[in-house]
Design a protein around this ligand. Sequence first.
Ligand code: R5P
Length: 344
Amino acid sequence: MAKPKGLESIRILSGRANLPLARRIAEILGVQLCEADAPGKKGRCYGPGRFPDGEVSVQIQQTVRGKNVFIIQPTSPPVNEHLMELLVMVDALRRASCREICAVVPYLGYARQDRKMTGRVPISARLVADLLETAGVDRVLTMDLHAGQIQGFFKVPLDHLRPDRMLAKYIYDHHRDWLANLTVASPDIGGVWRARRMAKRLGELLHKDGELPLALVVMQRDEERKKVVVKDVIGKVRGRDVLLVDDILSSGKTLVTAAEELAAGGAEKVFAACTHGVFAGEALKVLDTPQLQRVLVTDTIAHRDAVRKAPQIEIVSVAEFFADAIRRIHRHESMTDLLAYMPV
Ligand code: R5P
């Protein structure tokens, strides 16, 4: 298959974490996914295999010498498996003399462990950055890091895509009815800037001067009781529809606790937009509450059937966005409007 002009020296690879997304990105770029499989394995395969003892085994099946390689692999659960696959693939590529390796990690696992919150704990996000660099990545492309400062854990360039413009446009195109009476809220203090970006983007789309109103659910994690506890709601929510904006949906408890609190405070309908849908454990059951009308998540993480079919969940694809970013990185074009630096 002839590669589109300007993409002749590109190679797109995938680990096993999110093959549907990798396939879609390759399709948009008009290139074929490079096969990467266990050595000697027959038949087409696009992700590493396993030795009988569980160790990751991989052989890149096409030449990559002198090529720019993009490996698409979110480090989603099972996190350690996916991380190790990524590291081993990078090592294989480095030893196969490719030109540049870009780790495309749409969701970066371990990102919540970005500082010491108590004694004798690791800063695992930094360790992951070191591991990727030691393996040999030349750059990283990711989306909505838990904390933007994690960029600084990497010495190699890291392009940090923001999902707010894409999600705002999706809401504007598919759920215009949400916008008539909407307040945007963050379910925790650390995420206020994320909600504010969304409020600004939606305001821009509605041609309003300024942004949509903002609210904040002040929560604290009670480590002893292993639950989140609401301390306060700041901002006017009574009589308003509210869009909760968060980076990660894991157990679903943060969203549901916030939605219940907003409903108790007089909010009409509560929706949510989360970039990374981890859906850990019983998350689907937890989210099945009348207080939460609908939850948008992206496909930075591959979703199991139950998630895709859940009536309250709607999946927004990031494939076009990542394909555009990969094309620009490969062609050394500006990324500024994708990274969308926005003062908050
Ligand atoms: C926390 O700081 C994050 O931004 C999310 O709010 C959190 O990871 C969500 O986790 P869960 O769905 O388990 O409540």
